[in-house]
Design a protein. Structure first.
Length: 267
């Protein structure tokens, strides 16, 4: 990958929680990069440090060793250029959809006319135009998460960070959300770093999968998903029908099983 295409670089990122005898080594010397306009997935078994790594990129946690740079600048603390969407819905209940999407821009000093224009654009993008004046409590889980996505994108981050964004949703809503995310990427060319432990979700969404092993979290492998390159995927069915899909799913399932180290009797 040409160097100027790299937007985010993680170099030898380590993280140990706790002090003295009571420590947990969550990450050991993890290095990877994300290219501009790429959708990069952090995947691995439970407890391998995916969320910790994403939180370090977000600036919500400091690494114990190594570091992360965005556009060549070392990350220290949270900033607007790195927008985060969590699994739990984070809209303000006393504000309408429109006001929720506008809120962050208001804090960032975006002038009113531009705020309105951007809020409308991103509400349309997440298919909530009819619900712009609704309050979050009247919306479904998927709609609330769409508000969070629109609000984060409206701040025009350089990279969108997503931690299990569809993890709390039922299977059907999850598919729709995944399909919508690919539509968003196609329209806005946003660079995304997304954590999931769902193998199918990872294969459907990813340009690249960074697979972590557990105890401590280390880089196991990076999968480029060549079988998808140049193919237009609108739905899960399109993905499953692609030659190469099953092999890819089998490879990742085997990695996951080896790393989780669980036989069917260990649960
Ligand atoms: N604040 C913390 N204090 C102590 N240990 C922590 C803290 N946060 C995470 N850990 C530990 O670090 C390790 C990695 O946790 P993390 O949540 O990043 O993994 P994960 O891959 O995102 O897991 P999951 O898929 O289950 O969400 C785990 O052993 C976890 O218990």
């Amino acid at each position: 990958m040409p160097l100027d295409d790299v937007i985010l670089t993680a170099t030898n990122v380590s993280k140990t929680f706790g002090k003295k005898t009571n420590t947990v080594e969550a990450l050991r010397e993890v290095s990877f990069s994300v290219a501009r306009n790429e959708l990069c997935i952090l995947l691995g078994p439970s407890g391998c440090g995916k969320s910790t790594l994403l939180n370090i990129v977000a600036g919500l946690e400091d690494p114990s060793g190594g570091g992360v740079s965005l556009e060549g600048k070392r990350i220290h603390g949270p900033a607007r250029e790195r927008g985060m969407v969590f699994q739990s819905y984070t809209s303000f209940p006393w504000l309408t959809v429109f006001e929720n999407v506008e809120y962050g821009m208001k804090l960032n000093g975006v002038p009113k006319a531009e705020r309105r224009e951007r809020a409308e654009k991103f509400i349309d993008l997440v298919h909530l135009t009819r619900f712009r004046d609704a309050y979050p409590k009247t919306l479904s889980g998927g709609m609330k998460q769409r508000v969070a996505i629109a609000r984060t994108l409206a701040n025009e981050p350089d990279i969108l960070l997503m931690d299990e964004p569809f993890g709390a949703l039922d299977a059907e809503t999850r598919w729709h959300m995944q399909e919508m995310l690919l539509e968003i990427v196609e329209t806005t060319h946003t660079t995304i770093l997304l954590v999931t432990h769902d193998i199918q979700e990872a294969i459907f969404l990813a340009d690249k999968i960074v697979f972590l092993s557990a105890n401590p979290g280390r880089l196991k492998t990076i999968l480029e998903l060549d079988f998808k390159k140049g193919k237009e995927l609108k739905s899960k069915e399109d993905l499953i029908a692609l030659p190469g899909y099953l092999e890819c799913e089998r490879e990742i399932t085997a990695l996951m099983r080896a790393e989780a180290g669980k036989s069917k009797d260990d649960y």
